[in-house]
Design a protein around this ligand. Sequence first.
Ligand code: 13P
Ligand code: SF4
Length: 324
Amino acid sequence: MLNVSTRTAALYDRVRRVIPPIEWPTFADDIEAILDLKRQRNAVILAHNYQTPEIFHCVADIVGDSLALARKAMTAEADVIVLAGVHFMAETAKLLNPQKTVLIPDLRAGCSLADSITAEDIRLLRQRYPGVSVVTYVNTSADVKAESDICCTSGNAKAVVESLGVPRVIMLPDEYLAQNIAAQTDVQIIAWKGRCEVHERFTPADIRQLREDHPGVTVLAHPECPPEVVAEADFSGSTAAMSDYVGRQKPPRVVLMTECSMSDNVAVEHPEVEFIRPCNLCPHMKRITLANIREALEQNRHVVTIAPEIAGRARLAVERMLAV
Ligand code: 13P
Ligand code: SF4
């Protein structure tokens, strides 16, 4: 009988550039069990680009940025969806798949942006700015989406804002994303004061130091970074847009000003590119592990539910975004 490391050797080959061989036996058992559980339960795993490589490359069926996960959740042919990401992503998957069981392996996988605003805050904003449309980043709770006209992600924010054909919108909750989009459009944007705790920590001084230490490095920044950081970067885009940029341009040296696992996941696909790796960890994304994905499938937990009176309105805001 072959041992588990031998049985999973082909999977290890995919990630050998970013996972040392000594670590593999600690993952192999859970990976094999998860692959088996997915078959038994007719389940799919959706994983965000910030998930660790053993999840992203070894057990996930669908990977991508928030927009891709929302789009692909809709066509997932499965009874069960496990969301390897944060809670708002699991809620979005549930909104688009009301008949399916959606599981989040750790209920504490939150988001500083989602925590920065409540449904009541939006009702007050509407009183203050009567008639102004509310564009809401998907990094929010279903309650907040339900109060919104339309959702957006970092991948489609400009297109969504401009699709409304109005001179002014409220865009929330990410202050920096709103400012970065305001710099690219004539639509006037009223912002909220939310921040991503991962991206707000990058500074323009970090970029200058990187360019000094690594001559010729190409700097890619997520639009949740402060505008001064985006201004000094060579390119800014969603996690999928950054990944596509590396694939298309093949810069000899690159740094991704974003969450740490992103570089690992992209590096697996592009051995010819040198990745410089200062990064910030998202503690919420890191709540998800192989062990709790396995438990989620074994014990059917934690089931995501959304009250029907909220779900109907929140789904509309997400569907309007997907139609843009
Ligand atoms: P995207 O993958 O949509 O760029 O989102 C980044 C993010 O921070 C999600 O939590
Ligand atoms: Fe939220 Fe930022 Fe973590 Fe994404 S990276 S889940 S926006 S805290």
